[in-house]
Design a protein around this ligand. Structure first.
Ligand code: GLU
Length: 422
């Protein structure tokens, strides 16, 4: 078989994603054609977007949309706005979406988008024009039955609303189902905002159950205080009775042994733009967060934050991966050897895409469920997926990430076989 030439580098997330797949493929003795097909995106789009800036100049932005695999259904996955975005990051994230939707047994494939930009340095008007420009260039590539984007790092319901509006204008009719994670007033789903965190909290609850760990009153640390990190704070306290003793954001890390109250910390962050400087909290280094004596650590920001340098110092019993790809492969091995129970990203942060799927269903029915129903259905799906992965890990005597890959690959491979692709 002709192999695709590869550029490999140590910290390339796509190399990591391919390595994870390779490990699972060799364990499963996967058919070589299936393996090779799953190592690459089926399609990808590279776009260049002119955007009028507030100062009267025109800036040129670059972006991507990767459709990794749609054997099980339309591609699904967020769009990130980030200064360090690369095609390989988007490919890795699109691959992980493919495995994530499959682990959750959703009738969807995996995709991801990205724009190289720094939204923190852009005005609302500039962000709106960039969001609309993205859809003008990528609009014909995506679609409610082809590929449905959603929020991710530094994108939000407002950006989804602008994109859904632009797509609707291009189509000449309202097509709210083109995006998920929209505001509720535009066909968004109840319960989508905290869905990623809520799904992760259900996983932590089940992980504690199967490992005999007491969570009530136990301490947790959250790395990253964006959408999933801040809601993880709220829900870990509300649902699990945990005490959040350390949190970080891009400006620094704060520590408070008696725990932060969600409402107070959120109010401080809204007022000052950061969790740092919270009255009565100690400022510690970002690395020190990982070394704390806590029961659970929630990495909830970007990929690669748990690495070979900090992994040996991690004492947490449970690592709940709310971010995508937070542990490097070297770190993963160290965590396992040290006995931490890792809830892999494919499972732990799948609550977001699960409620996105509920949003797609509601959009196509034009009939909307209340929040209670969403929470209940999410809890059922997350709990079932958690136990399927946990059971598979036991049956095959493999770690949880491998177990999640086994569940996912078997589902995607079956769909590809049935479709006659391989
Ligand atoms: N961006 C989220 C993720 O990585 C959600 C994707 C979606 O809702 O489509 O899972």
């Amino acid at each position: 078989m002709l192999e695709k030439p590869e550029v490999r580098s140590e910290h390339n997330p796509f190399t990591n994603a391919q390595n994870q797949l390779d490990e699972a493929a060799s364990y499963l003795k996967l058919d070589p054609a299936i393996h090779q097909l799953l190592r690459w995106p089926l399609r990808e789009l590279h776009i260049t977007m002119p955007v009028k800036m507030d100062n009267g100049t025109t800036r040129i932005f670059h972006g991507f949309r990767v459709q990794y695999n749609d054997a099980c259904g339309p591609c699904k996955g967020g769009i990130r706005f980030h200064p360090d975005e690369t095609i390989d990051t988007v490919r890795a994230l699109a691959a992980w979406m493919t495995w994530k939707t499959a682990v959750m047994n959703l009738p969807l494939g995996g995709g991801k988008g990205g724009v190289i930009c720094n939204p923190k340095k852009m005005s609302a008007g500039e962000l709106e024009r960039l969001s609309r420009a993205y859809i003008r260039q990528a609009g014909s590539f995506v679609g409610p039955e082809k590929d449905v984007p959603a929020p991710d790092v530094y994108t939000n319901p407002q950006i989804m609303a602008w994109m859904a509006d632009e797509y609707s204008i291009l189509q000449g009719r309202n097509v709210f189902g083109i995006m998920t994670g929209k505001p509720v007033a535009l066909g968004g789903s109840a319960g989508r905002n905290d869905a990623t965190a809520r799904g992760g909290i259900f996983c932590v609850r089940e992980a504690a159950r199967v490992n005999g760990i007491e969570l009530h009153g136990a301490a947790a640390a959250i790395q990253g205080y964006g959408n999933s990190g801040s809601y993880a704070h709220k829900l870990a306290a509300e649902i699990l009775g945990m005490k959040i003793v350390a949190v970080s954001d891009s400006k620094g890390t704060v520590f408070k042994p008696d725990g932060f109250l969600y409402e107070d910390l959120m109010a401080h962050k809204k007022r000052t733009g950061s969790v740092t400087g919270f009255p009565g909290a100690e400022q510690i280094s970002d690395e020190a967060l990982f070394e704390l004596d806590v029961t659970v650590i929630f990495p909830a920001a970007l990929e690669g934050v748990i690495n070979r340098n900090n992994a040996p110092h991690i004492k947490a019993k449970i690592i709940a991966e709310l971010a995508n790809g937070p542990a490097t492969p070297e770190a993963d091995l160290i965590l396992r050897n040290n006995g931490s129970y890792v809830i892999p990203d494919l499972l732990c942060n799948a609550g977001g895409v699960t409620v996105s799927y509920f949003e797609m269903v509601q959009n196509s029915y034009v009939y909307y469920w209340d929040e209670e129903k969403i929470h209940h259905r999410l809890e059922k799906k997350m709990t079932a997926a958690f136990h399927q992965v946990h059971r598979t890990a036991g049956q095959h005597d493999v770690h949880n990430r491998m177990a999640a890959y086994i569940v996912a690959i078997e589902r995607v491979a079956e769909a590809m076989r049935l479709r006659g692709w391989v």
